[in-house]
Structures are given as structure tokens and as C-alpha cells.
Design a protein around this ligand. Sequence first.
Ligand code: ADP
Ligand code: MG
Length: 647
Amino acid sequence: MLYPQRFTQFTNEHADTLAALLCGLLLFLGWLALHLGALGWALLLLPAAYVIGGYESAREGLTTLIKEKELDVDLLMIVAAVGAASLGLWRREYHLIIDGAILILIFAISGALEGYAMRRTERSIRSLMSLTPDTARVLHQGKEEVVPISQLKLGDEIVVKPGELIPTDGMIVSGYSTLNEAAITGESLPVEKTVGAEVFAGTLNGYGALKLQVHKPAESSLIQRVIRLVEQAQTEEPPSQQFIDRFERGYARVIVIAGILLATLPPFIWGWDWETTIYRALTFLVVASPCALMAAIMPTLLSGIANGARQGILFKNGAQLEKIAKVRAIAFDKTGTLTTGQVQVSQVISTSEYSQLDVLKAAATLESYSEHPIGKAIVQAANDLDWVRGVEVQAIPGQGITGIANNQKVVVGKATFVQQYVAQLPESLYSLAQSLEQEGKTVVWVAQGCRGAGVQGSKGDYEVMGAIAIADMVRTEAVATITCLQKLGVEEIVMITGDNQRTADSVAQAVGINRVYAELLPEDKLDVIRSLQKQYQIVAMVGDGINDAPALAQASVGIAMGGAGSDVALETADIVLMADRLEKIAAAIKLGRRSQSIVKQNIAIALGFIILLLIGNFLGNINLPIGVIGHEGSTVLVTLSGLRLLK
Ligand code: ADP
Ligand code: MG
């Protein structure tokens, strides 16, 4: 029963069940015929049972043998059964033919059971995601038209009625409703949304009617991307499974050689008769096969992935379940991760030459292009002022943003960044900014080019207009999460942020983190992760932004905030928290540990059975059918044990 093949190739759902049933029927009739003395009939019915029950495995096994020159365990089963039948014919001990047929039957039944179990896991993963409707109601010259979602164009306006599923990601242009986003976030508490908010395909509209504008192609909606990620997760094998696969190939060879030795040597050594010898060698082939070992890992991990997805924790592959179980240090980004990222402008300060409105407007012209929470807050604060979007805008992750607004060069960003452009930061503003930072606020500076536009700026070409203080809220669950992670035995928890030391310290203190690395550029974050890895080997990084992507990639386990996070973070991370809830990190660790302990139990069960059966066989205490039942029984047992995680 070669596991990985079985779960990737579920083409015909019921064929294996049907084959097992037919095989059982033929076996029964053959057995009856034998007992009634109708030998001719028995010799017709029993081989038919062999063919129907064993055809698929024999075909797969032979293909592997011929094409890849690899022995797989399925083939050993067939060889053992056919061997038993030949022995029976040769010795005219026809019950041996029955023994062989029982082997084939049980093999077929357990194959069908495993198939069923794997399909259940697959279905359970898929059912989470299969909620998007195929059509949408598009507004076309005031009339509603139902079109397939693949034909939606950017800018189309679609109508979603109360109680309907959202067909594709879009922005609300009119209406107000509460939406159930459980399909994406795992949270069943409805979320209120109104004009300007983004809604996601696959989520369920509440009582309000909504008009949406389509702003991205249907195939790149969040849920479609999540589905693709999960599909990938299912086909990728974690290192432990790859190890088992390699092990299986070598092991199969060893079994064959040992089987041949067992079939030939004992009569000379211990004086066994030939029939006993060959019979035990055939039984050996069956019980020594590592089928249960092969089934120990993947069903468990797939069930774990399904379980996680249901809670809004998206594991991109099974290997991450193994890794997160062993995490010893975790680094948290600040803005958008430990804090909500739903930041608000709390104060605008300006030099005497400019007004507060000038400062806000100038910043907003550039920030209207920004993905960063700070940018969004500034744009929101400037919403009612009149300004036009800037040009040649360039974001510098972890630092700020530059561009041209109203023919004037403008830079917005942290103090050290803006200092590269201006002669100096005005003393009075600077001390005001410092005290705001001590309160945990983030201060960004705004400066304008003062000697004509278009020239590449250099130090002193700019003058400070003012600064904007932005208040962020620490996530309510942050403190509890940090405590919980410490209880789970995570040895080191640090904060790594691009923000300044004062703001960072203030937030760290609020959430209970003692080690803070501030004023980091994206590549500095990566370095911190590296040095943590030297000390703790397995290190997780939690982040949301573009500036976190390098660190997420470097970390042993990259965890991204999915709902609010940037696309880059979603792509780079290994685990995505769809609901943006920090406490899911602890849940993910627990899930990882549970799946690891089930995998370990499974391996122990599998090895235990193999050893017991081998000893029993050697002592002559078991016959072929008992060997098969023990062997296949343990395989089914570990498979079902893995499915426990689905609950
Ligand atoms: P964090 O690491 O906490 O998520 P970032 O690395 O994204 O923060 O940003 C670090 C600092 O760089 C911010 O605190 C801010 O001062 C500045 N900054 C980054 N992007 C912008 C932007 N778009 N506009 C203004 N300032 C920015
Ligand atoms: Mg961030």
C-alpha cells in the first residue's frame, strides 16, 4: 500500500470499494465450492478473486518496477499471495489458495478504507473553500444581469442581495451590512461593513443589500489564492515523509533478500520442512512490509491542515506543522502585528511657515499610493481636504516615501530618513515629537524641496514642514498571547520594528515583551532572525508588511497576518493567520504538537506491530491470514488515528 501514490491519485472514488466487495464474494463462493467438493469451480472462482482484488495493486507495482526500477510494497503483497496459491497447488493443499485470497481481500478492503479516509480529509479541506458562487449579478445600464464570475471585468458593479454569498472580492460602493467571514477567517462573529470597505469572495452577506465594485480579477481573490495554497500544501511532502519514502525503497529490497534467505536456508539450519519454510517466508513478506509506517505521517498532517484551516490558520504545508511544534523563539513585528494597524492621526504639528493642513495635504498626496497603515491613516485624516495625488511616488520600505506633489518634491518618513534630506530637524518640534513617542505614538516627518523641483535631492535641499503623530492600538489579545506563548515553553520572545526606540519600548512594555530591536530596516530584521536562529535553531517570525517579507522568508516558520497583511507577506509566509488574531499562534503551536504526538504514536504502533508479527511468524504462532489481518489492521489503525485531528 504505497501511501503517497494512493492519496494523490484518487480518480475513481468507488472503484476500490467495488473491487473489494467483488473479491470478497468470489472468495466466499470459492470457499463454498471447495467445501462442497466442487474443486473445478473453486479453481475458477478463487483465481478470479485474486485478479479482481489484486489487479490495481499489481498493475501499479509492476509499473513502478519497470518504469522506476523500484520495488514497492504493494508488489510484495501480491507476490506473497500468488506464492501461497502456488504452494497450495503444488502440495494439493487447497486451503493455502484460500489463505492467499484472504490476503488479497483484506489488502483490498484496507486499501478501500484508506482511500475513504484520505478522501474524507481532502473533502473536509475542500469544503472550507468551495463556497464561492459561479455567477454574479452585474449592473449593466441600470439592469441586473447574471454573468459567470470569470467574465467579470475590473470596474464592474455587482449587486449582492441579503443572505447571498459574495461572488468575488470587491469594494462596497453603496449599502451597509454585516458579513460572516468564517470561510476566510474561521471567525463566525459577523463583521460590520459599509462604503469603502473590502469584502471577500466566499463570505456570507447578512441583512443588507450591497453594491460592490470589482477591483481585482476573480482568480486572484483572496479565497482563490488560499485554495491554491491549500492544494499545494496537499501535494508537497514534508521531509519526514520523504525520509520514510526513501526508507521504504531500501527496506523493500531488504525484505526481498531476507525473504529469499528465509525461503531457502531454514531447512538446512533448523531442519524445517519445505512447506513450512516457504509458508513462513511468504508470511514474512506480508508482515515485514512497512505499510503502517508509510501511513503514519501524511493522513495526520493533512488532518492537521484541515483542522487549522477551520480555525482560520492556514498552513501552507505539513512540514510547517512539524516545525511550529518545536519553535523556541518568536519575533514579532510591531505595527500591524502587535498593534491593530488601524492607526489614526492623533496630532499634526508644523513649523511657523506652514499650517497643519499644508503638512497633512503634502503627506497625503504621496501616501495615497501607500499600502502602509501609516499611509492609510494619513490619507484618511486628509480625506476632506482637497489635494491631488502626487507623481513619481516611491515607497522605501521601513523608512518612508518620496515623490512630487504640486510640482514640489516631498519626503515623508521617520526622523532618520527625513534627516538625510534636511539640514536639521527644528529643535522645538523635535522635543515635542520625542514626548509623543514616549506615549507610544509613531511620529513621521514631512519635508518639502525648497530649491525648485525635479533635481535629485541632496541634504539641505529640503526644509521641514512639520510632523504627524500617529496613534496605534495594541491588539487586545496581545498580552494574553505573549503570556500563553511563554507558558507553552517558548524561550525567547522579541519585538523587531522599523519604528523608533521610544515608541517601540512603550508598546513592548504594554504587551510584556522585554527584548526590543528598533529602527530596523527590512534586511536588519532578517539579521535579527538569523542571530536568533544561531541561538535557538527554530525561530518563528510574525509580521504583516512588505518590510517583514525578508524576515518571514528567513525564519524557520514565517507567520503572516492574512486579513490585514500585504500580499507579499501572504505569499512569503509559511502560515497565514486569516483572522489576524494573535492567539491563533498559540493554537497553531498546540495543533502542531498534537499532530507530532499522534505521528509519534503512529510510528510506535506501526513498528510495534511489525516486530510482534515478525516474532510470531518466526515462532510459527501465526498463519498467513492472521499475519495479514495484523499487518493491514495496524495500517488502518494508524490512518484512522491520524483522522482524529479532524475533530
Ligand atoms: P514596523 O516594522 O513596525 O511594521 P515599518 O518597518 O513598516 O514598521 O516602518 C518603520 C518606520 O518607517 C515607520 O514607523 C515610519 O516612521 C516609517 N515609514 C515606513 N513607511 C512609511 C510611509 N509609507 N509613510 C511614512 N512613514 C513610513
Ligand atoms: Mg508591520
